[in-house]
Design a protein around this ligand. Sequence first.
Ligand code: NAD
Length: 290
Amino acid sequence: MTAQILDGKALSQRLRREMADTVTQLSATYGRAPGLAVILVGEDPASQIYVNNKKSACAQVGIASFSHTLPSDTSQEHVLGLIGEMNHDPRIDGILVQLPVPQQINPERIIEAITPSKDVDGFHPYNLGCLTARKPALRSCTPYGCMRLLEETGIDLHGKEAVVVGASNIVGRPMAMELLLAGSTVTVCHRFTEDLAAHVARADIVIAAAGKQDLVRGEWIKPGAIVIDVGIHRLEDGSLTGDVDFAIASQRAAWITPVPGGVGPMTICMLLANTVQSYQTAHLAHNTEL
Ligand code: NAD
């Protein structure tokens, strides 16, 4: 069997075109564009690329971006102060602090300082809790993007065996909650899991998010499975690869995401979707008050 490709690049382009139309209509109705504030602390080259990609994605769909690039020795108090101002700024619907942050800054303090209704990354414990309690509000972008890719297969996820490899707060855990909400039977594997191969081998859906290049061997994949590869690794020649051994896995899976061009573009797309959602929620709340 040769897998069909779950093309995140093409899907995200389609969704962004649709979102641009929505944003045009909303901006005309409410007299302002949705706004996303992006804070970057330090000069990490990868972070600079991610931030620039997010800003150009905003421009493409008509979202206003407010960018703050701060020196690497910026204090935590300064960043918290900036977030406090943004929490009350009516032009800003979403606040994003690019991670990782320099060591003098505690990322948890930063995430928790963002008001949950503007937490468009979906990292705040309130938003993670909402998803866990089956009332998703702003959903973590990468798992949300993975769910959108799964939807493209047209396969009903109820009762499917789903195995999530990785248990971080930003990918693995919310991913497990998304799949549970969709009715799958979910197993979460992590660094202490014994016999990862056996778990992956019985999975109808594999989400690989361990950040370990080629951790998921192609021959572990159950024939006909859906494989979503979240991992991103840059090789010496500059090319990108994931957590899954794509060459063999794609001979066994029914559907598979490539790296690059799978989950990555969907993550940015869901960030935009969350910003538009936050904007709409803010305006609906305002109209109700009137
Ligand atoms: P993380 O380091 O915070 O978490 C990794 C998780 O994998 C941990 O729960 C750990 O227990 C688990 N793990 C490590 N080794 C394992 C093993 N041998 N077997 C099973 N589990 C193991 O990483 P993260 O932030 O969740 O990111 C994971 C990967 O996803 C990274 O490659 C990252 O670059 C990538 N990522 C991609 C996107 C995207 O948009 N495509 C977004 C976020 C993260």
